[in-house]
Design a protein around this ligand. Structure first.
Ligand SMILES: Nc1nc2c(ncn2[C@@H]2O[C@H](COP(=O)(O)OP(=O)(O)OP(=O)(O)O)[C@@H](O)[C@H]2O)c(=O)[nH]1
Ligand SMILES: [Mg+2]
Length: 451
């Protein structure tokens, strides 16, 4: 199979320049048929790009030599003029000269296979490309270069040390000695378990920061929930009408405040309905409440406030609000003559807005940002953002549980080692020490072609 691959690495379209990347053992030979290469690695050269005798473009060529390139292989990058014709013709010339068209993520896959990046770092590259705000960007950078990789390595080291202790014992099994004190081993296992659990627990926050902190907008029909969503997005995303029951399904949009992404979810109004579709919508509203970290209960301030309290009590009976941030948002205050604050319940935070006139929205967004910042202040430095890693750590946790059980029950070292190796195996799937083609295929297919 031909391992020298080529692709356009810049987005599809016309631009000032476009970059075509060529990587693999024959990269230099293929490139030399079209350009004169820079004299040494890391150098650039401004040079004509020829196809046979025809001049295609004048390009800037950058040469990287293995192993000092993104892919770990010899790599040549061509920066050409960004016309669609030139990009395509340049790529085609490289293919005609012996390169193969790269699959999505294949450059990063080469980087993984040549040991330049481990698997969790390769995944971080995809997250970095996807990052749309400061928070998700910071998490991706931490996974690529920071504390996350260190934390995993320390966990692995602890497991390797434990295994080594027990294996030593196995080597001398005829002599019936115990090298490692069992109670000390149990305490080591429990320390490792605690770290695994802490990392797993950080997934909720990590995932929220990556995908957006879930904020549910709930309330009675016609309270102005969809109007609030639209006002926050400054867009007519949801249909607004004076007919109660307009919104029947949940509507979700991401929205960034001060570098933190929020996932704002507009819901069907809460009421007892005989309409089966509306009923399903209301069920969804309840599910949304369960998943949300922040709940904005929108109350139509022209209506009696006890309605709000009744609704919240009813919801509370179905599912507790513990650990969630609840705000009552009095809407339509443009229509109110009387001040409303004396109505409110002392325990619940309240805000006053007019979604229609835009009043109070700055305070509302400020409140959302402050709530997120308070949560973040308690968040650990290293956060888990990847479901695949979350599941793998669950398996590690299970294996460690078995190890602890076996040790407590005084089982022999050879049995304990089996579970420890199992834990190491699952940890290894995160960084890619243990992988299957199928796993690699799924991970790299998330990338775009040219990365
Ligand atoms: N005066 C005034 N009217 C508002 C305000 N916010 C919403 N409305 C009106 O209230 C009506 C209902 O608004 P929606 O945003 O559709 O209400 P909803 O809560 O999404 O309603 P459902 O989807 O039916 O549950 C519309 O006629 C809006 O124009 C406000 O701040 N002031
Ligand atoms: Mg609505």
């Amino acid at each position: 199979m031909n391992n020298t691959i080529a692709a356009i690495s810049t987005p599809h379209g016309i631009g000032g320049i476009a970059v075509v990347r060529l990587s693999g053992p024959d990269a230099r030979a293929i490139a030399s048929r079209h350009v004169s290469l820079p004299p040494q690695a890391g150098a650039v050269r401004f040079t004509p790009f020829r196809i046979g005798d025809t001049l295609l473009d004048e390009v800037v060529v950058t040469l990287f030599l293995a192993p000092h390139s993104y892919t770990g292989q010899d790599t040549v990058e061509f920066s050409c003029h960004g016309s669609l014709y030139i990009q395509q013709a340049l790529l085609q010339a490289l293919l005609d000269s012996g390169a193969r068209l790269a699959e999505p993520g294949e450059f990063t896959r080469q980087a993984f296979l040549s040991g330049r990046l481990n698997l969790s770092q390769a995944e971080a590259v995809a997250d970095l490309i996807d990052s749309t705000n400061a928070a998700s960007h910071r998490l991706a950078v931490s996974q690529l270069r920071g504390g996350y990789a260190k934390e995993l390595e320390q966990l692995r080291q602890q497991l390797v040390d434990l295994t080594a202790l027990l294996e030593l014992e196995l080597d001398f099994s005829d002599e019936d000695v115990e090298f490692a004190d069992r109670s000390q081993l149990i305490s080591l296992v429990s320390q490792t378990s605690t770290r695994v659990k802490a990392l797993r627990d950080s997934f909720h926050m990590g995932n929220a920061l990556k995908r957006g902190i879930p904020v549910a907008i709930i309330g009675r029909p016609n309270a102005g929930k969809s109007s609030l969503l639209n006002a926050l997005l400054r867009d007519n995303r949801a249909i607004v009408s004076d007919i109660p029951g307009t919104t029947r399904d949940t509507i979700e949009e991401t929205f960034v405040i001060k570098g933190i992404p929020f996932r704002i979810i507009d819901t069907a109004g809460l009421r007892h309905s005989d309409d089966p579709i509306e009923f399903l919508g209301i069920q969804r509203t309840i599910e949304t409440v369960v998943q949300a970290d922040i709940i904005l209960y929108v109350h139509d301030a022209t209506q009696p406030f006890v309605q709000a309290l009744d609704d919240l009590q009813e919801l509370q009976d179905i599912r507790s609000f513990d650990g969630k941030h609840l705000f009552i948002v009095h809407n339509k205050i443009d229509k109110c003559v009387k001040p409303i604050h004396e109505l409110t319940h002392s325990q619940i935070n309240t805000l006053e807005i007019s979604a229609k006139e835009g009043y109070g929205l700055d305070t509302l967004t400020e409140t959302l940002a402050n709530t997120a910042h308070t949560e973040l202040a308690h968040a650990p430095d290293v956060m888990l953002t990847n479901v695949r890693h979350y599941n793998a750590l669950g398996q590690v946790d299970q294996a460690l549980l078995n190890v602890a059980k076996s040790l407590t029950n005084g089982l022999s070292a050879d049995l304990v080692v089996i579970d420890l190796r199992d834990a190491l195996h699952h940890l290894g799937t995160i960084t890619g020490q243990v992988t299957t083609d199928e796993v690699l295929g799924t991970i790299f297919s998330r990338f775009c072609i040219g990365k």
